[in-house]
Design a protein. Sequence first.
Length: 256
Amino acid sequence: MVMKVLPEVVDTGVADALRREFAVLASLSHPRIARVFDFGKRPAGTRFLPQDQPLEHPRMFFTRELIVGADLSAFAHKSVAETAALLADVARLLDILHTAGVVHGDLKPANVIVDPLGVPHLIDFGLAVRMSAKQEGTAQGGTRSHIAPEAWQGGVIDGRADLYALGVILCQTISGRNVRTSEQARRALGGQPRAVVELAVRLLAASPDERMATASEAAAALDALAGRGGDVSSRATVNDASRPGGAGPRAGAPSA
């Protein structure tokens, strides 16, 4: 189990991000998305562990499942087929999120953990947004090198922003170079198969309308590069009390 704890003194935005991350994870149920267990605030004067000093101020926290493995940066410079197979699985995870109405918002190698069986898992949903809550007019935070142009420009954000980040990761993993544009991808992937370059160029298009429309489409293209069929995993279920028969929020879920 992993405990994510905020510093003793934080601004409202950081606290809201922790609540949002827990709420997003609590709304999803899939074996490759980290499960969350509890959310709360430890009062001043108490301890997280017996050996800790008493807290001077209250501290917010939540606990989640521990995913054992290495992040995607450990898989750099693999063959095109190996890279494509791994990223196809990541794209299927994105499709699960997008189908559930969630944009990850901070997709990068450090936020994809590959377990000992070679299966990727998504972590760190602190910048995730609901597609129903468009972020138009507000610049989105995140890792600048992986943020889609429409996100840092304060445009409308949907699942195609995650696909842009997937394109950055594709180029990074194959070439070892950081890219931000389609033209940079062409140069970084010089000498690679044409299909690899064309996929990266499309994913990194400045306009989301020029990218692939869905993560499942990206997964199919990556599967083709890997030389395999699209063995799509089961979709996430959404725990939503507003739906008929919905399971509602998990125990300990923060109030809105």
